[in-house]
Design a protein around this ligand. Structure first.
Ligand code: SIN
Ligand code: MN
Length: 261
């Protein structure tokens, strides 16, 4: 899948692109069916909410689950990002965020590159986030929120918040968020399983808690240009990968072909 010149211009202006139904229901169901088994394992890659039980974020499932390993090399995700950066990619981070019904906690306002730069010494924001919805994402279950154009201001000052949720995050203060929103707006792309959002490493984003009875599982690939690999190995390998081998895309039917075989 190649991006059109209009999509490339929109990405440059807004910092994100939304692709409704990029994956079929059958394809996302094959992935979603794996998730309860992953969450059932108590292993370090799975971060729980403050209650110590509810899965919050599950790192690196592509390293031990065959279906997610195929998703990590899916051409509908890899090819457009290679196009944007003009070089091969490696997987900097791979996670499934649960945002579980009733108990899913907030993700405060932040930029991902802020963390990757400060903690991992990633040189430039030449890494892309891809979010694939495994569940329906609606206004009730904590959709991602973006401030369009906020990626153009570079890395914004942030404080290290280790208290609000179970997961430490470099977060942006409220006055800055209010100023950015005043200059632009807020958007929260919503839709059924199979929708995809591609967003810039400097995009300011967050999400509210999930008070609804519906889980909101989203898989995130953070694809980094190989030449822009991280320089510091401070965080666990399963959070900030150290394998910079270029990803080779699989055939387009890689998720479903496996079932037919
Ligand atoms: C993130 O920004 O890393 C996660 C946000 C979310 O899943 O709501
Ligand atoms: Mn983020």
């Amino acid at each position: 899948m190649k991006l059109t010149p209009a999509q490339l211009a929109q990405f440059e202006r807004d910092g994100y692109l939304f692709f409704p139904a990029l994956f079929s229901r059958a394809e996302t169901e094959l992935l979603r069916a794996e998730v309860p088994r992953i969450y059932a394992e108590f292993r370090p890659e799975i971060v729980r909410e403050k209650d110590g039980l509810t899965p919050r974020t599950s790192f690196a499932a592509h390293t031990y689950n065959a279906q997610f390993a195929r998703l990590a090399r899916h051409p509908r995700l890899i090819v457009p990002v290679e196009q944007v950066f003009g070089e091969k990619l490696y997987m900097h981070q791979f996670k499934i965020n649960g945002k579980m019904a009733f108990d899913g906690d907030v993700w405060q306002w932040h930029q991902d590159f802020g963390t990757w730069h400060r903690d991992d010494e990633m040189p430039e924001p030449r890494a892309m986030n891809i979010a694939l919805f495994l569940d329906e994402v609606n206004e009730f279950n904590g959709p991602l929120m973006f401030i369009p154009g906020s990626h153009r201001g570079g890395v914004i000052d942030a404080g290290h918040d280790t208290a609000t949720t179970s997961y430490p995050l470099w977060t942006i203060d409220h006055a800055t968020i209010a100023r950015l929103v005043e200059r632009s707006c807020m958007v929260s792309p919503k839709g059924g399983p199979g929708c995809v959002i591609m967003f810039h490493a400097n995009m300011v984003h967050g999400s509210g808690s999930n008070m609804s009875p519906w889980n909101r599982n989203i898989v995130y690939l953070s694809l980094c240009a190989v030449s822009n690999h991280i320089r510091r190995f401070k965080r666990p390998e399963y959070i900030a990968h150290r394998d910079f081998t270029p990803l080779e895309a699989l055939p387009d039917d890689c998720l479903s072909a496996q079932q037919a075989a």
